[in-house]
Design a binder for this molecule. Structure first.
Ligand SMILES: *[C@@H]1O[C@H](CO)[C@@H](O)[C@H](O)[C@H]1NC(C)=O
Ligand SMILES: *[C@@H]1O[C@H](CO)[C@@H](O)[C@H](O)[C@H]1NC(C)=O
Ligand SMILES: *[C@@H]1O[C@H](CO)[C@@H](O)[C@H](O)[C@H]1NC(C)=O
Length: 151
């Protein structure tokens, strides 16, 4: 994160972290609201992800409905074309969420994102949705954030 030196000296680590939070665009969270996104090893936006590493993606969100299930759908968008990205664990209830989810509660969804060595060097937009049902549910959250993948 580019933070002015003067500011670094006087601010607490918490504030600096907050300043360096992942920048994202909400892409239609319908039955939830995102309050923050953190990616391990990413202190700047766009995140630079290194091939051969696993990253933890944490999304803090508040529910606006109760649900028994939650499924994640992830896409890489390159030149306007979105390609589904298979997550090792698409079940949100197995991603740090205690299902059933209650309404009006704040949860931290936590997923592992493996960045395989065979990926090309690329800059793209990641779209991440957590839906309240498999194939065709409403979005508990949806965000888009730019990333770059390097060797
Ligand atoms: C993500 O959340 C998990 C579980 O709450 C926590 O252990 C981990 O430190 C968090 N990681 C980041 C990058 O915030
Ligand atoms: C990433 O996670 C996968 C699956 O859990 C594991 O097999 C692999 O060893 C991990 N890689 C690194 C670099 O930690
Ligand atoms: C949601 O929770 C907050 C804090 O826990 C509370 O102040 C608020 O009244 C609740 N809203 C609804 C609609 O239940």
């Amino acid at each position: 994160c580019v933070v002015r030196m003067k500011i670094i000296i006087f601010l607490t680590a918490v504030f600096v972290l907050a300043e360096c939070a992942v920048v994202f665009k909400d892409c239609g969270s319908k039955v939830g609201k995102i309050t923050g996104i953190a990616v391990s090893g990413c202190s700047d936006s766009p995140c630079n992800l290194v091939k051969g590493k696993n990253y933890t993606v944490n999304v803090t969100f508040t529910t606006m409905e109760a649900t028994d299930s939650a499924y994640a759908y992830v896409y890489g968008i390159l030149d306007g074309v979105s390609v589904p990205f298979p997550l090792p664990q698409p079940d949100g209830c197995m991603s740090n969420l205690k299902c059933p989810l209650k309404s009006n509660q704040t949860y931290v969804y936590s997923a592992t994102l493996p960045v395989l060595s065979l990926y090309p060097d690329v800059k793209l937009v990641v779209k991440w949705e957590l839906q309240d049902a498999k194939s065709g549910g409403n979005d508990l959250f949806c965000f888009e954030t730019p990333i770059s993948v390097t060797g």
